[in-house]
Design a protein. Structure first.
Lengths: 195, 195, 195, 195
């Protein structure tokens, strides 16, 4: 019951976040083909952020699926994650509109890193509630992807002072690492029942 | 369970897409009747895109209804479809604001075609999971509508170089072909139980 | 199952419609109290439209609750209703921004009337599917409210040529007539079980 | 069933409210770090309103969870709450854009107070339906938090005439009081079953 509303509310917020980003693809007043050219960096950022938000939705989906009990703390840890996700459209648009300029790219990285951190916080809280012997703790056990992501985010933010395009490349790499849904959980779940 | 969230998330994103399109009907500052006239092409495009998105929601609804198992690949194929659907408001507004000019109409056709392609991809993946003897494979078996649509989209995009109004007419024809919900699936489902 | 997604999708679209209307309350750049004054007509229209959309959600809720079977036609009749509902934010903003000028008020009335008509169409279709002896047919039987609304809408649209404020008053009266949720259905449902 | 749609619709509206607030963080055209500085008050207000809306969602979630029966009056009391919640993005943006000026801060307080009042109205109605001996009446029994909030809101609105920053501080204090989810309800629920 309660879990159902947490899922429904998260789905709603994430669906809105992923969709309002497209509003930043401002419709050009000219019907010329060249009118699309300045939109290309925004389109690139939109695609990247769409994939990032998709990854969070996907993994959120898998993680909550394995949880039985939630409480007030989990609700707030979830809202905390949704807060940082809600800043993604802002940094996406700022980065796209300024064609990968230094400060927007830095803040893009910071917001992505905060998303990762708040997701990690939620995961840790859920594991604590489920117990160390739970399927969730087992499934999320050796979380090397998260630590690697942190490292790459830091490298990305740092390299923006040298060349922001390197940062964007690093953010793409993190997305590629996570693109595959969390197969550890999926394997566990599939072991339990058809999903 | 998992299917439930896929449906809920897709419903959310599609509901937002179909609704934010109306935001492109920019409220005129004048209270004059003539102030509505430049909005007529945008209104026409809004109606057409509303019907298109409605068709996708309708058929998505029918298709997922017949599926029992989903996995990470299906989630991404679904997000891929949602991505192309999310570009519909952009091309709708661009086409409407420029009164069916050549390039907007071409991109309208490309986005519509990509929607069709990503829907087909999702359908193929679901059939592969369900097995070739499944009700879904049977129901979607002879998919002449999809192939006809591809042909008409290509014709529409090509004819925009000659006269974009012909393209718009062709896009209307594709919508008419699909307007009837996928009765093949409906008949199967009705044969199973009341829905 | 299918009914669930119809409800979920309708809830999503109506939730977005009712919420994006507030975006037309454009934030004034001045912090002065007088800066709110030109927003008062928009606020009035927002409240009225909020109540209208709330009424539709409420009655839609009651009506679908009594239905067991839906099909492709119902899905499209529902989308048709959602289409006219989606135009409410446009006419609300146009009327509010132009302080109840003639043409915006006329179109406000037309869109409200079309909402009523498309709701009636959906109701008739659902009754036809449920059978003439169904609880729904019984509950919606003597639909004097709908016919009275049509009369008042027509009077409202006509009187806008004389004085648009009379029209607004008439639209308020229709809202008052419907404000009470469809107690006919509620009584039936309550007779069946606690809801 | 009916309760499910009330929850789904409320979740949808609250999800949209909490997300569209971020649209008021207008993307700066400059890529300069200093371009973010004028956004800081808006960001502060966004965070505060995000927490407020999160609190309402959280407590709404807990309260509806304990309710078995809803009716037309509850639906309208709920829509009334959603109406005042829908004005939060407006006052948030107005306050942020004008850097905590007097009138925006006063209206921020009024809207927050009206949210509290309409939530209280909904709670009272639900208790009345559930009966005075219900778990809900018991759980919400000694509602000192609500009365304290009213006092602080009044103090906040009044002190805006002297110094609006004091008002903002008081609004932060109310948020802190409510930040902990309604543990009275949670304890009851946990006593009943795992949630």
């Amino acid at each position: 019951m309660k879990k159902g509303r947490l899922e429904a509310f998260s789905d709603g917020v994430i669906a809105i976040i992923i969709t309002i980003m497209v509003l930043e693809l401002k419709v050009p007043h000219s019907a010329d083909l060249h009118a699309l050219q300045p939109l290309l960096p925004t389109l690139f950022c939109y695609v990247l952020s769409f994939i990032y938000v998709g990854i969070y939705w996907n993994n959120h989906h898998h993680m909550i699926y394995m949880v039985d009990r939630i409480d007030g703390r989990v609700l707030w840890a979830n809202l905390h994650l949704l807060f940082w996700l809600s800043l993604v459209p802002f940094v996406t648009a700022w980065t796209g509109e300024n064609h990968f300029a230094q400060w927007p790219v830095i803040f893009y990285g910071i917001v992505l890193a905060m998303n990762g951190a708040s997701y990690g916080l939620l995961a840790r809280l859920l594991i604590k509630r489920s117990g160390k012997d739970s399927a969730l703790a087992d499934a999320l056990g050796r979380d090397w992807k998260s630590w690697l992501s942190v490292l790459i985010y830091v490298a990305g933010i740092a390299s923006a002072f040298y060349n922001p395009l390197i940062s964007m490349g690093l953010y793409v790499i993190v997305a590629m690492i996570w693109f595959v849904p969390d197969t550890r959980v999926e394997r566990k779940v599939l072991g339990k029942e058809s999903c």
